[in-house]
Design a protein around this ligand. Structure first.
Ligand code: KPL
Length: 342
């Protein structure tokens, strides 16, 4: 059976990594890149209509992508990989809302927590009209070097799973499974799928990774590995993880008071710090997405990462002074961008 087109929204580091990996593994698969700004068309021509990835010093280009402007109308989108920034996701989906049906599937790849809630509130407020949602938690280290080029600095993994959306699930289980399987089959994504509570736990562990590595690497303007190597930065990791651990455990308990102790123990500060350090070592050579944003003068995702920790900390009465300090530092580094957008 022929495979339906996969559309990719957002051509940042993750959008490029997914597009390149899918093309390499599935030469015949129709892939359409959705361009959100008009200048991308020109940049695409300039890049020879290819996506370039550098891995272990070797450059590899992939061709044969279609592209459409986000603003142009078009036919139904059946399978969408949504690789936009957290805060740009709801506004971008609003533009293609009419092309997305309850029979469509969306894979969300955003860091942090809160994007899907925003999409539900602002774009698909009627649960019966919602597409089927999946979340993908990406641990790869990738950074962009040009509009259609990036460096895959750390090969780690992706975990995907269904997100409860309260829709009527018009997509056949089979069709959406095929979409996820297509991604699982790409060797360079090291992707797998999970179901049930497993996804939330992986999301929360990734939240901890991002809440430590991203603001520290961006504040000290260093690569990820330096967060664990340089003593003046590393000395902040334990107190930061202690706050994150307390907030995450309170969040899990409030979602499900019967959560087994064995699961909660994975979020105790020692275990969480071990996990953050393990991923930090694997992505040591990468420049975090927040550092890339600060350096490029773009808005950062701090509100969805440490900002979420602060919000939950307030809700549960858990003091988070290290997180407060980091949120202030990052916001002051990108003050003009934060204030002009929000
Ligand atoms: O997710 C990341 C990011 O930079 O946003 C990590 C895993 C920290 C890789 O750099």
């Amino acid at each position: 059976m022929s495979q339906s087109t996969i559309h990719i929204l957002g051509v940042g580091s993750l959008g490029k990594l997914f597009a390149h990996s899918l093309r390499k593994c599935h030469p015949e698969l129709p892939i359409t890149l959705l361009f959100h700004r008009p200048s991308l068309k020109e940049e695409w021509e300039h890049a020879g209509r290819s996506i370039e990835i550098v891995r272990d010093g070797k450059t590899e280009k992939q061709y044969n992508f279609r592209h459409e402007s986000l603003r142009e109308g078009g036919s139904e989108i059946r399978n969408l990989i949504c690789a936009t920034k957290t805060f740009g996701t709801a506004p971008a989906l609003e533009q293609i809302k009419k092309r997305l049906r309850p029979s469509s599937s969306i894979l969300f790849l955003q860091n942090g927590i809160g994007t899907i809630e925003e999409v539900n509130e602002n774009v698909f407020s009627d649960p019966m009209l919602r597409p089927r949602y999946y979340a993908g938690i990406v641990n790869h280290g990738v950074y962009t070097t040009a509009s259609f080029s990036c460096v895959h600095a750390a090969l780690v993994d992706v975990t995907m799973g269904p997100v409860a959306t309260k829709n009527n699930f018009e997509t056949s289980e089979e069709a959406s499974n095929r979409f996820i399987e297509t991604i699982v089959n790409c060797p360079s994504l090291v992707a797998s799928s999970v179901s049930g509570d497993g996804l939330l736990q992986i999301q929360l562990r990734k939240l901890a990774v991002n809440a430590v590595i991203n603001p520290l690497s961006a504040s000290f303007d260093c690569i990820n590995g330096d967060v664990f190597q340089r003593s003046e930065i590393h000395s902040l990791v334990t107190p930061l993880v202690e706050e994150i651990s307390a907030v995450i455990q309170a969040t899990i308990r409030s979602n499900n008071p019967d959560t087994p102790a064995e699961i909660l123990s994975r979020f105790e500060s020692r275990s969480l710090e071990d996990y953050v350090t393990e991923i930090g070592i694997r992505v040591a050579k990468n420049s975090s997405s927040m550092r890339q944003d600060v350096r490029a003068g773009r808005r950062t995702e701090i509100d969805y990462i440490n900002g979420y920790i602060l919000k939950q900390g307030e809700k549960f009465g858990i003091p988070c002074p290290v997180n407060i300090q980091l949120v202030q530092t990052i916001k002051s580094k990108s003050l003009h961008v934060h204030s002009s957008v929000s």
